[in-house]
Structures are given as C-alpha cells and as structure tokens.
Design a binder for this molecule. Structure first.
Ligand code: DGJ
Length: 732
C-alpha cells in the first residue's frame, strides 16, 4: 500500500520505495506534519511533535495549560491568524478585511492513480501499471466557509511526491487570496544547507550552497517568467551530504511565472520550506462558489545524496511530465543560424548553410530571428509575423522545400509573446500590450509584452502561428521570450482583478501552448527565454527541450549544465557547438571539447558550417555521428556528476544505461597546472560483478568504482576525453 490511512487515529502515511511522509490531525483538528524522510514502518510518529509550552507565544484558547501553540507544532499547511508566526502557506482576506483562516480537518479521501488539476498542467502516471496513488485532504474554516483541499500523489517507485492546493469559497461573500503556496514542509529540527541555483543571462543556474541559519531566506522570481536569477528547483541537505551520501530533499514547482520560495530556521531550531506562486504582487478574488488551484509542487527525499535525488527528478521529467511525442524519441541534430548570420541572411545563404550542415551530419536547419516583417535588427517588427519574401528572395514554403531537398528538415524561430513599438501590430493594437495606463511603457530589448491574459491576443497568435506552420514544411519551432515582464496592468481586467494578471498571463500562455502543440503534434517545440530564463517544469510539459543558455562557451557551459542537471535530465538541455573564439567569452576551445560538452544535452550546432575547413567538416561529421550513436544512452541513462566544475580542475560526468550494460564517461580539463598531481577517477553506477571494457582494457565494475581509472597526469587546458564503456562477458 502506498498510502495508509489510519482513520481512527487520523494518521495519514505516504510510503514510497525509500521514503515516508506522514501527517496527523491534531487535537483541535489542525493538520500537523509528523515526518518526511527515509522509509519507516507506518507507525504514528506524532510523539515527535513538541507539545510543551511555547513561552509567551500565542496558543489556541481551547488549551488552558498554555500548550498547543501552532508556532512550534510542525504543520502541514499553516495559515494566518492561528498563532503560527512563520512563513505561511495561504494568506486570504475575508469579506470583513480580516486575514484569519482557521482550517480544521473535514475529511480525507484516497483517490486511485494520479489526481488531475482543472486549470493547470500536472504530472501524470506514465502508464496504467505505474504505482501511483493520490490523497485528498479537506480542511475548512467554519466561520468564513473557506475550504481547501490538499492534494498529494505518491509515485512509489520514483520516490517522488507531488502536491497541489485547491481553495474553495463555500461562503456567501467574496474573499481575496493574497498568497498561495503549493508546498509547506516543516522539520522538527535539523541543521541544513540550502542549495539553490542562482544566475543571470549567459550564466544561468549556478550552484550555490549556504548554511540555513536562524533567519528566513527568501528567493524567487519577479521576472514574469520563472527567471534566470533563481530556478524554482532547490534542495535542503544535511551539512555532510555529498553526491553519494547523506540526506537531502529536493523541491520544484511546475510553473513558468513568478514564484516565491522560503527556507527558514526558527529560533527553536525548527525548519520550514515553502514554495509557490510569487506573492509580491498577487491577489485573486474568489467569489462565492468559485475555486482556485495553485500550481503543482514536486518533492523528493534521498538518503543517497544528490545523485539519488537527481535520478528521481530526471525519471519524473522524462516519463511523467511532457506531452510531446519527442520526449520519448530521438531528436534531430539541429543547426541554428543565429550565431552563423545573426540578421544578415537571405534564402540563398541559408541554403548554402543547409548544404554544409548536411555535410556535418545535421538533420534540421533552424531559421532564427529576422525572417519576418521589417526585422533587420532587434529593434523592430516583433508581432509582424508575415514572411519577408523580399529579404529571403523566396517564400517560406520554397525555402523549406529546398532545405528538405538538401536532405534536412526545416525549423523556425518565433517570439509570440512580444511586440515592438515599431511594428504594424502595435500601431493597430496598442491595447494588446501590458502597459500602465497613461504612462510610458518600460522597454526591454526595445520591445513590449503582449497581454496573454486576453483571449483575443491568444486567438491572434494561434492563427498567425498556425498560418505559418500550414504554409511550409516546418518540423520544429523555437519559442523565444526575450524580456522580463514589468508593466503589470491589463486593460482587459477591472480594478478588482488586476492582482490576478501575473497568474492569468501564465494560464493564457499554457492555453496557447496546449492548443498549438495539440494541433501540431509532429512539430518539435523548443523553449527559450533569452535562452535559459524560463527553464522550468511548466514549459517542459509542452516543449521537451529548452535552449539552456545563450552562452555556448564550453567551459562556462560546464557550470551551467552542471547546475541544470540537478533537476532536469540531459534530454531537456539544448546544447550547441559554436564557433571559436566564442561569441560570449572570446575563449578558444578545441572542437572536440565543444562537442563533448554539447553531447551532455540535446545536441546541435550554432555556427556557419560553410566557414569550416574540409578537415574540420570531416571531424565535425564524426562527432555528430558519435552523438547519434550515443543519444539514446544520453537521453535515457542515469546521470552521475563525478566532479564539480566549481571545485575541480577536471570536470567529469558519466551516464550509465538503466540496464548497466554501457556507460559514457566525459572529462574536461579547465585549469592546467605545472607538475600536476596524480589523478584517479572512481566511476559510479556500474554492475559491480560484471566485466567492462574501457578502451583496450577490461575491468570489473567493482574495480572501476572502488579503485578507479588512472588518468593521464597532465592535460592541456580545455582538452577533453570521452570514453565509451561496455559490459563484456568474461571471454570478451
Ligand atoms: C535570444 C535567444 O536566446 C537566441 O538564441 C536567439 O534566438 C535570439 N534571442 C534571437 O533574437
């Protein structure tokens, strides 16, 4: 049994293969949290709750002995006005202006399979056979008649729990939600580190580990999208936890807009984590009879260090999230013309690129920005999505056909959510933008955000994108989004609903993506937001891969891809080989290294292949073919971070097939030293008793994992090595 309900004691226990999560209804009907961690026998763990006096703190008047303060009891979903003075799960304004919400237990229901959300995308069971059970717990405030449902699903074999929140107004007056978190998790004690992934454009998702001290650390996004400054995926880990050892918890949110997370250690040493909708500028009016859903959160626990957590998350993303058929199939090796030409191209130049792209083994040519309207630079024409045939010298249909004739598929770039001031669309529909009334709009890359909360705008975008996809043989669409959203005002909403705009924008985006991906199931969609500013679980529902970073420098990419890999599998990371000197850093790295790094992702090129010498073309073709040989292993295998680019001169990673029959090891040297120390590398994840062939030698798995490989003592800067490892039988 995955979920065990002890209805007499009101103890609810969620069991996954290696973890246990438990709640209990307290004496007054509050839902308390008793445990989340390594798997235990399902026994009532409420003895762990602190039921003594919390000196001078508020406590419910039902307790005459000064006990029962909710400020020290671990809670499942804390709300305002109940005496819990820590970060809250839900803040709501009642019709009389008060903010108290005193939720008491009403009922618990076991649901078969995975619960569904009505308004938002959610994880699903990968097959009818997958062991998934759901739980719905209803709590209610008797006075206001506001009810919430806490939803849980246990993916037993994947060691993952999803959570979601539904708020219902059963009362007779409108209430206003001011803050809604999808996840609150309390720990009775513990001395944790917080690991989060901060960044900026061109240096996204940088690993940062810091002690959780007696304070509240709050992070999130105000970018309008999930953002490149912080990623919604983060971890809490014991101080001693490493890749392979120790307890750690991972959290993520299936959402692509503004979000907030807090990690807090109270003065009594209790810890709390929250994660949910961005609360800086949020309010949602809930009329009598209406309900509201908060996005789904993902949780996992591992006592095998970070690697165990990453494997759980990778499996969920690969199997239980993405609706595209490409999430489970091989992907084309693409060549994108952005760094090859920027805006300076015509149809013939693109066809020359296509012919050379074919010679280096690419499967698909992507025509990036600049094919439409008056778009000769990035200052104008966004929104004018009609093909500039004069610039191309041909129609899009002809270009696609001739690219196909050259042996490649054809893909196209779009930035649907934007409009330039200098565009016909803006001149015609200035009211379609997000814009504060009577004020000059703020600009980002000289462009404005379209108001996706408006149905009319979504219908227009659906039609204009469909028209283009129908007009030519287009197999791929890169969906870009290049500025943060700042001017949060919609002329389509009245005063009472302006606070809903941030969330309505995301709902509009999901609706548009859903209709387009449903209508064009054969088109591969790739996400992009100034590259990696919207790398999140929400976008991965519709787009199996996301352009990880505009920074294609192989050395910087080590850190970017390392951070991204904690939550997202390699198949989701768009990774391209670009020209040297690198356009972002000016660094020169060998072609093989650029390719080896890009192979830890969904591989492609971002260069002008017509500029490669014959020798470079030949070498590039070999690399493309090597990637194609390994793609299935790279996409479906278990990923091991063998060393960190943040504290090692030799970054190494390994992918091991699920059946342990093969493995791919990659090493990249980044900081050569004189007279370097001897270096041994212990591999991971192999079958200990099996024999593996590594280059010309054979070793037992146990040897490779415990004694390790002896590496060359000296390595030139930015040199790299990729080693294929294969299980062999004793006779070879
Ligand atoms: C930003 C993206 O990250 C680039 O790859 C490219 O598509 C440009 N936008 C085009 O404007």
């Amino acid at each position: 049994m995955t979920i065990i309900l002890d209805k007499s004691a009101n103890v609810f226990t969620l069991q996954s293969k290696h973890s246990t999560y438990q709640m209990k209804v307290g004496k007054l009907g509050n839902l308390l949290h008793t445990y989340y961690g390594a798997r235990l026998s399902a026994q009532d763990l409420s003895y762990l709750l602190f039921d003594g006096e919390n000196h001078f703190a508020p406590y419910p008047s039902e307790f005459s002995n000064r006990r029962g303060s909710l400020d020290i009891l671990s809670q499942e979903f804390p709300t305002a006005g109940t005496g819990d003075l820590r970060s809250l799960g839900l803040l709501l304004e009642n019709a009389d202006g008060s903010r108290v919400l005193d939720l008491r237990f009403v009922e618990v229901k076991l649901l078969p399979g995975k619960y569904a959300l009505e308004s938002l995308p959610a994880f699903f069971a990968a097959s009818d056979d997958e062991k998934v059970e759901s739980l719905e717990i209803t709590l209610r405030d008797e006075l206001s008649q506001v009810e919430i449902q806490l939803l849980y699903a246990v993916f037993e074999d994947k060691d993952v729990i999803t959570r979601a929140l539904r708020v219902k107004n059963l009362g007779e007056q409108a209430v206003r939600i001011k803050k809604a978190q999808s996840l609150v998790l309390d720990f009775h004690s513990g001395d944790f580190d917080l690991i989060h992934f901060q960044g900026r454009w061109a240096m996204e998702r940088q690993f940062e580990r810091q002690a959780l001290t007696h304070s509240t650390t709050s992070f999130g996004s105000n970018y309008g999208v999930s953002g490149n400054r912080q990623n919604p995926g983060f971890l809490l880990a014991d101080k001693a936890t490493t890749e392979d050892f120790g307890d750690c918890y991972g959290f993520n949110l299936l959402y692509s807009g503004n979000w907030t997370a807090t990690a807090e250690k109270s003065s009594l040493g209790q810890n709390r984590v929250t994660l949910g909708l961005g609360d800086a500028d949020f309010s949602w009016q809930l009329l009598p009879g209406e309900s509201f859903e908060a996005p789904e959160a993902l949780l996992s626990f591992s006592n095998q260090g970070f690697t165990g957590l990453s494997h759980n998350f990778h499996d969920m993303v690969r199997e239980n999230l993405c609706l595209s058929k490409y999430s489970r199939t091989a992907r084309p090796v693409l060549l994108n013309n952005w760094e090859a030409t920027y805006f300076d191209f015509d149809g013939e130049k693109l066809l020359e690129i296509a012919a050379s792209a074919k010679e280096i083994g690419a499967d698909l040519l992507v025509l990036d920005d600049g094919w439409f309207g008056n778009r000769f630079d990035d200052n104008r024409a966004l929104g004018d999505w009609h093909v500039n045939e004069e610039k191309l010298g041909m129609s899009m249909g002809e270009l696609a056909r001739r690219v196909n004739e050259a042996g490649l598929k054809f893909g196209i770039w779009f930035e649907p959510e934007m409009v330039s001031e200098d565009s016909d669309l803006y001149r015609l529909h200035p009211d379609w933008t997000l814009n504060f009334p009577d004020r000059k709009p703020l600009l980002g890359r000289n462009q404005l955000n379209l108001d996706l909360s408006k149905k009319l705008v979504r219908v227009y975008l659906f039609e204009v994108i469909s028209k283009l996809l129908d007009s030519a043989e287009i197999s791929y669409l890169k969906w870009d989004m290049n500025r943060p959203i700042s001017d949060w005002y919609s002329s389509g909403l009245d005063r009472e609903h302006q606070g809903e705009l941030q969330h309505r924008y995301v709902l509009g985006l999901y609706e548009l993506l859903s209709s387009l991906t449903t209508r064009y199931p054969d088109v591969l969609f790739e996400g992009c937001a100034s590259s990696g500013a919207r790398f999140d679980l929400g976008m991965l529902v519709y787009q199996p891969q996301i352009w990880t970073s505009d920074n294609t420098d192989a050395v910087n990419r080590l850190k970017i891809q390392y951070g991204t890999s904690f939550f997202y599998p390699l198949s989701t990371m768009g990774a391209h080989v670009s020209a040297v000197p690198n356009h972002q850093t000016g660094r020169e790295t060998p072609l093989e290294t650029r390719a080896n790094v890009a192979m830890a992702g969904s591989y492609g090129y971002e260069l002008d292949p017509t500029k490669l010498t014959e020798a470079e073309k030949a070498q590039t073709l070999v690399l493309t073919e090597r990637y194609k040989d390994y793609q299935e292993l790279i996409f479906s295998g278990d990923y091991y971070r063998l060393s960190s680019p943040f504290d090692s001169e030799l970054t190494a990673w390994q992918i091991v097939a699920k059946d342990l029959s093969e493995s791919l090891l990659t090493l990249v040297a980044t900081n050569a030293e004189g007279n370097p120390p001897f270096n041994y590398l212990k591999l991971k994840g192999l079958d200990a008793t099996a024999l593996y062939e590594v280059e010309d030698h054979k070793y037992f798995g146990s040897v490779l994992m415990n004694a390790g490989l002896r590496l060359a003592q000296s390595r030139a800067d930015y040199s790299s090595q990729q080693i294929y490892i294969r299980k062999v039988d004793k006779d070879g």
